[in-house]
Design a protein around this ligand. Structure first.
Ligand SMILES: [Zn+2]
Length: 174
């Protein structure tokens, strides 16, 4: 998958959608239904742009930019929720194997996104916690790289691989 690059219209800061595949996917399902589904924001940029929090500088995010990874784009929870709810309904009604698999992968994060935490199993909660730690390490790697601290970046990367491996082992078996 490509980085799905975005940028700030005002200051040019780079953003990407790598960490919000779920959110973008639910918006697409809500807008277009399940037929011809694909990941990423291509073709639904205008709708996605309307739902994003502004850049730290106050500028609006717009699609496009170079392929280098940027900061994580952030959805406005309130703006997103109605579409996310609709998208999850669409996904829940799908029996196409690729989408069924996607539903399993997304289930825990989607329920949390929709505020349905009471439906999460203990496994779901553990999965979310691990994902959060992985995201935290990814941010640490980026910060260290940006600060030119290659040693700290390597260290965080090693922990990321270690945690990622145990995560994969734990959840691949389900
Ligand atoms: Zn900006």
């Amino acid at each position: 998958m490509t980085a799905d690059p975005w940028h700030c219209e005002a200051c040019g800061a780079r953003y990407d959608m790598a960490s919000c595949t779920l959110e973008v996917g639910l918006v697409r399902l809500a807008l277009e239904g399940p037929d011809g589904f694909r990941l990423g924001s291509t073709g639904i940029e205008a709708e996605v742009a309307r739902l994003l929090e502004p850049c730290a500088c106050g500028g609006r995010l717009a699609p496009g930019g170079n392929e280098q990874l940027g900061s994580d784009a952030v959805f406005s929870a309130d703006a997103l929720r109605p579409l996310a709810r609709r998208g999850w309904e669409v996904l829940t009604g799908c029996d196409e194997p690729g989408l069924v698999r996607l539903r399993e992968v997304w289930r825990a994060r989607a329920l949390r996104l929709l505020g349905r935490d009471e439906e999460l199993s203990n496994d779901d909660v553990l999965e979310l916690r691990l994902e959060q730690r992985l995201a935290g390490l990814r941010a640490e790697i980026d910060r260290a790289r940006a600060a030119g601290d290659e040693d700290a970046a390597q260290m965080a990367h090693a922990r990321y691989i270690e945690l990622g491996t145990s995560y994969a082992r734990r959840f691949a078996a389900r």
